[in-house]
Write a protein that binds this ligand. Sequence first.
Ligand code: PLP
Length: 486
Amino acid sequence: MRLVVPLQGVFRGRGGILLGSLIPCALFYFLQLYLKRQHSDESSRVPPSPPPFGVEVSSLANSLAKSDESPYDIGLDRVARDSYDRINNPNGMIDLSSSESKLCLDLIAKWVSENMKKSIVGDDDFTLSVNGIATFQPFDGLQELKMAISSFMSEVMGGMVKLDPSNMVLTSGATPATEILSFCLANQGDAFLVPTPYYPGFDKDVKWRAKVNLIPVHCQSKDNFALSITNLEKAFSQAEKDQVKVRGIVFSNPANPVGNLLTRDMLKRLVHFAEKKNIHIIADEVLARSVYESDKFVSIAEVLDSEGLNKNQVHIIYGLSKDLSLAGFRVGVIYSSNNTVVAAARKLSRFSPLSAPTQRLLISMLSDRKFIQEYFESNQKRMRQVRHELETGLSSLGIKCAKINAGFYCWADMRGLLRRTHSEEPELELWNKFIDVSKINIIPGSACHCHEPGWFGICFSALTSENIPVIIERIKKVVETCKSSF
Ligand SMILES: Cc1ncc(COP(=O)(O)O)c(C=O)c1O
């Protein structure tokens, strides 16, 4: 219209309006024709790009792609982009969040370098033994490895339990073991009760694909985060009122991240609770041997045996990522006396089997009693030492930690560094200071669903004594910034 009106002024008189409108339209038409030809010339040279709003993907893919990352994932991402190295990147991010043990990697490295070839392909005729590693093997694990893991687990659990390899399904890590059990024990929309603070991975392992919900059962600092049956009862009744079907209780014992242990008495009461409510127990015992006083850990398997309790409702998860520092090997175990669960889990293991060479290597490693004994002794000693050094450093800054017996974290009380302690926000502000000011990545309690803001998980099991002063110095910076702003 803007073009038409002035031209109407040029073509005055009869037909002025007509010409004044027609000419700009024609010009516009030819301009479009020109542009279109140009464009088609160009597009014949450039390969077609996918349409901007292309083909649809599943709702699972959409929700996973869009879902907000938790501070746990955001922190790891920051570390991946700017990782600390004492020589090459001394100002980089130090990761103190991943529950990984690196204290005895030297022992693992030595064993692997001395035994790898022999364990995987044997000493003799390679063409014979390659059959056992290059060909299909049962998805739920080799019988020889199940036998080796049964005796290894019995030892880890204090030597009091005898485990039957036929009740065992092997998976590529405790992560798929948790997911498989979720598929086996609950339907979509059902729920498991879970004591807090809990391992942040449970949210993914249980919810993402099996679509099982988690109902937090809050444990408190005044009880050193010990679980109480009263709180379980309350959470169970509330779920009933909300018409949510509770199918089980999932917990890690020793607890990750807090590091406390369930007592024999509490385990017994949990089994009774599960029987009364007719629900399952998933006991994640991946940290069974990562305890400072090994006699204090009691496996639920032992309680079932010694008390003659019903085993049908109890399922144990184990793995080699923690106790043997073999996170990269991806080894997980489901142990259950429920035949239906074992049969279904065996079928589901097709999606997460262990590779045959890994299994062959592990059969040798777990059978090397001398190595395992030495490894456990050194690991326990080094864990105690590094934890003690970190706790002492934190204490010098006025930061106290929960009293713990196991695990890879100092569960540090930083409530004194928050201006307000009744919401999550100040805790995340403090966490951001750790990331931005001191460049260390620790776990805010809220990422573990801790009910009380101000608790943080600081992993020590990947540290060496020489890192600790650097870390304490960096934490000190944040402490001073907080104190000066009060
Ligand atoms: C309590 C707990 N369960 C399970 C896992 C997963 O272990 P995996 O590496 O065997 O998948 C972890 C790892 O951090 C853990 O801390």
